[in-house]
Design a protein around this ligand. Structure first.
Ligand SMILES: [Zn+2]
Length: 348
């Protein structure tokens, strides 16, 4: 339903002339884009439940070309607050990528270099070390290779058929619901058990698919990229105790500093939705010294965000919005302005 409304809003914005009028009323200064993976489309892989987390290098280049033609400046995350403070600033875009996938280095970096576009990679250090337990990846990889899955939870046993793509998608939804409903600690142990039961090597996967530390270091000293923090184990910091949250953030920062020599000054909340990052987490991030922190709440930037630098919204550029027309509407900010009842702030 929510997606239907979103689509309708997008469509109405495209065809209506009020876009120009709304835009001047909103005083949008710029936006932060959120990406995860950048890799070639896997046309022959029908089961892609995490497709939302990736775009192709061609689409990335199209988006950057569009922004360049539309006179947006590409800026580093370091420049956001100055840009927000200056009323004479041109429209700006900061690009961010979460987690630290190897394709960011191998596939996306050359595209950013071509456009001279600075970018930030928020690295979850445990995913680089292979010690994190990224449950959404484990589910996808296990379900892909199985015809049937048996899973015990809360004393009852689930038997899920996974022979067809339809079955596999259904199984992914059912299991995601379970993984999302348990505590962070239980989520970790459930995911570990699940991987073990189906002989999926979580560490080997991450060592293969995530950047190596020497690549993270090369990015950190490239002049074009910034390495941001994203915790160590990629846990939802609002769903653990403040001590656990602080500890996981600190380990992530220390690890990045030890491996690159640069202390991260910017942060991305893992998962980043309202239930993963609210006012308490915004205070914690500020207390831990981050200059900015980004959420996955959707939105563009206005001057008032200067007072909320630990709660910055982003625009997700993802596998579901791979058309420039949709992107153009989104980056205008109009859909958010309408969805937030004529306010550009979503910070509670
Ligand atoms: Zn993440």
């Amino acid at each position: 339903m929510k997606r239907k409304i979103q689509k309708l809003v997008l469509a109405s914005v495209r065809i209506s002339r009020i876009e120009y009028w709304l835009k001047s009323m909103m005083q949008t200064r710029g936006a932060i884009l959120m990406l995860h993976r950048v890799r070639e489309e896997r046309r022959h892989t029908p089961f892609q439940p995490n497709r939302l987390l990736e775009i192709s290098p061609d689409f990335l280049a199209q988006v950057l070309e569009f922004l360049k033609t539309a006179n947006y400046d590409f800026v580093s995350i370091d420049d956001i607050s100055d840009r927000l403070a200056s009323s004479r600033s041109r429209k700006f875009i900061a690009i961010t990528l979460d987690d630290g996938y190897r394709d960011n280095f191998e596939v996306a970096k050359p595209v950013f270099e071509k456009f001279g576009a600075p970018f930030t990679v928020y690295v979850a250090s445990g995913m680089i070390d292979g010690t994190a337990i990224p449950w959404w990846i484990i589910l996808e990889e296990v379900i892909r290779t199985q015809d049937k899955i048996s899973f015990s939870h809360n004393g009852s046993k689930l038997n899920l058929l996974c022979e067809s793509t339809k079955n596999k998608n259904h199984a992914f939804i059912i299991l995601s619901r379970i993984f999302n409903s348990v505590s962070e600690e239980n989520q970790r142990s459930l995911a570990e058990l699940f991987a073990q039961a189906y002989s999926f090597d979580i560490k080997a996967y991450q060592l293969n698919e995530m950047m190596r530390w020497d690549q993270v270091k090369e990015l950190a000293s490239s002049g074009l990229a910034t390495i941001g923090a994203h915790t160590d184990s990629h846990l939802s910091i609002a769903r653990v105790t403040p001590e656990q949250a602080r500890r996981d953030i600190q380990i992530g920062m220390d690890r990045i500093f030890a491996k690159t020599g640069v202390r991260p000054a910017h942060f991305a909340y893992p998962y980043g939705k309202s239930r993963d990052a609210g006012p308490e987490e915004f205070s914690l991030a500020k207390e831990m010294g981050f200059l900015t922190s980004v959420t996955t709440r959707a939105g563009v930037l206005v001057e008032d965000h200067l007072d909320h630098l630990q709660a910055l919204p982003r625009i997700s550029v993802n596998g579901e919005f791979q058309t420039l027309n949709e992107f153009r509407s989104i980056v205008s900010g109009v859909p958010f302005f309408l969805a937030n009842r004529f306010s550009m702030l979503d910070v509670n």
